[in-house]
Ligand binder design. Structure first.
Ligand SMILES: *Cc1c(COP(=O)(O)O)cnc(C)c1O
Length: 403
C-alpha cells in the first residue's frame, strides 16, 4: 500500500501556499497585538505546575484584579475565548430552576440567554431596542415582575456600539431583589471605565483579544465571595466539567493541583498584556481610548457620516457609524481588506446593513491606526459614490489628535 503512488492521503500537503496577511485590525476584535505580547508568546514552555509558573499565575491574578478594579480572590484567566469565561460565569452561577434576567438590546444578551437555558435556568427578558442601553426603570420593573436569581447585562455591546451607563443603579436594583449580577465586560475591560467593586458587580467576565490586545486563549473572570458561595453550595454539579469553578479552584486557588493543562503560552501572553496595562495605568488607558476613539469619531463626523449612538452612551472601544445612503456596507468592508489590509465590520442582527463597526481597542487605539482608518474609509466611500468629504475627515482627526 505504501508504494501505491496514487494514494492521495500519503502525499504531504503543500505547506507554502498561504502566509497570513499583515492586517490592521480595527474591527470588533481581535485587535492589533502589541509586539511585546507576541514576543512573550515565543517564551519556552515550563510545566503548568513549575514553581516559576506558579509565580506567574499569582502575578496574572494580581494584574487581573488591578485591571478589573477588584479585590476579589476568585479572579482567574479561564482557558478558552471570551465565551468560555462567559459560560464559566453563567454555567456555575445559574442553577437548574433558577431564573435569569437578560437584556434584548444586542447579540450578546441573546448568547447569555442561550447559556442560561443550557445551564437549566429559566430565562426572562428586559427589553430595549438594539442600539440603545437598558433603562434603569425598565430593569427595576423586570426585577419586580420576575424576581430573578441572576441578572445579566452587557457593559459594552460589541454588536451595537452601546456603552451601558448607570451600572451602579442597575446593580443596586438587582441587589434589592437579591439577584446576583453578571456583567459582560468583554469589550470594556482595559478600554473603558469599569469598576467591579465600586459598582457592586458580582461576576464579570471578559476576553483578551479586545481592549487587552492579546491573542484569544485565556479569558478574564472574577467573582465576589458571595457569588462564589452560591457556586460552592450548588446542589447539582455544573453541567460542564471543564469549566466547573469548584474544580478550577484547585488549580488557581491555594492548592495548585492539576485540573487541566493551562494554556501556558496564552498565560504568558495575557501576563504581558496586563503588564502593559499596569505600566500605562488603568485610568490613563481609559483616557487614551476616549481620546483616540474621539479623534476617529471627529473624523467620521467631519467627513459627513453619523454615529449611531449619541454621546451619552457612545462606546469608544466600538464605534457604530451609520452606513451612508446608496452604499453597500459589505462591499466597503471587502474593499478595505483588499486595498488597505484593514479590517472593520458591518452590522449584525437588527442593525444589519445599517452600521459599520469600527473598533478602537488596546494597541489598535493609537494615532497611526486612527488616521489610517479615517483615510481609508473616506477614500473607499468616495470612490463608491457616497456623499462624503474625506479631506475634512482627515483634517478633523489630525486636529483632534493634536490637541
Ligand atoms: C467578543 C465578545 C464575546 C465573546 O468572546 P469570544 O472571545 O468571541 O468567545 C462576548 N461578549 C462580547 C460583548 C463580545 O464582544
Amino acid at each position: 500500500m505504501a508504494q501505491d503512488a496514487s494514494n492521495e492521503t500519503a502525499r504531504a500537503p503543500s505547506v507554502d501556499e498561504l502566509t497570513p496577511p499583515d492586517r490592521t485590525l480595527m474591527g470588533p476584535g481581535p485587535s492589533d497585538v502589541n509586539p511585546r505580547v507576541l514576543r512573550a508568546m515565543s517564551t519556552p514552555l515550563v510545566g503548568h505546575l513549575d514553581p516559576s509558573f506558579i509565580e506567574i499565575m499569582d502575578e496574572v491574578q494580581e494584574l487581573l484584579r488591578y485591571t478589573f478594579r477588584t479585590d476579589n480572590r476568585w479572579t482567574i484567566p479561564v482557558s478558552g475565548t471570551g465565551s468560555a469565561a462567559m459560560e464559566a460565569a453563567i454555567g456555575n452561577v445559574v442553577e437548574p430552576g433558577d431564573t435569569m434576567l437578560v437584556p434584548t438590546n444586542g447579540y450578546f444578551g441573546g448568547r447569555m440567554a442561550s447559556m442560561a437555558r443550557r445551564a437549566g435556568g429559566e430565562v426572562v427578558e428586559v427589553d430595549a431596542p438594539w442600539g440603545e442601553p437598558l433603562e434603569p426603570a425598565a430593569v427595576s420593573d423586570a426585577l419586580a415582575e420576575h424576581d430573578p436569581d441572576v441578572f445579566g447585562f452587557v457593559h459594552a455591546e460589541t454588536s451595537t456600539g452601546v456603552l451601558q451607563p448607570d451600572v451602579s443603579e442597575l446593580t443596586a436594583a438587582a441587589h434589592d431583589h437579591d439577584a446576583l449580577v453578571i456583567a459582560d465586560t468583554v469589550t470594556s475591560l482595559g478600554g473603558v471605565e469599569l469598576r467591579v467593586d465600586e459598582w457592586d458587580i458580582d461576576v464579570a467576565y471578559s476576553g483578551p483579544q479586545k481592549c487587552l490586545s492579546c491573542p484569544p486563549g485565556a479569558s478574564p473572570l472574577t467573582l465576589s465571595d458571595e457569588a462564589m458561595d452560591k457556586v460552592l453550595s450548588r446542589e447539582e454539579d455544573p453541567r460542564s466539567w471543564y469549566l466547573d469553578l469548584s474544580l478550577l479552584e484547585g488549580y488557581w486557588g491555594d492548592e495548585r493541583s492539576y485540573h487541566h493543562t493551562a494554556p501556558i503560552t496564552n498565560v504568558y501572553a495575557i501576563r504581558e498584556a496586563l503588564r502593559l496595562v499596569a505600566e500605562e495605568g488603568i485610568e490613563q488607558r481609559w483616557d487614551r481610548h476616549e481620546r483616540m476613539a474621539g479623534a476617529l469619531k471627529a473624523g467620521v463626523e467631519a467627513m459627513g457620516l453619523e454615529m449611531n449612538a449619541p454621546d451619552e452612551y457612545w462606546l469608544p472601544s466600538l464605534n457604530a457609524v451609520r452606513v451612508p445612503d446608496g452604499v453597500d456596507d459589505g462591499a466597503v468592508c471587502d474593499r478595505l481588506i483588499e486595498e488597505y489590509d484593514l479590517e472593520i465590520a458591518s452590522g449584525l442582527g437588527d442593525l444589519e446593513g445599517e452600521i459599520f463597526r469600527i473598533g478602537c481597542m488596546g494597541h489598535s487605539a493609537r494615532p497611526a491606526n486612527v488616521i489610517y482608518v479615517v483615510t481609508a474609509l473616506g477614500d473607499v466611500l468616495e470612490s463608491m459614490g457616497a456623499d462624503v468629504d474625506p479631506g475634512a475627515g482627515v483634517t478633523a482627526t489630525r486636529r483632534a489628535l493634536g490637541e
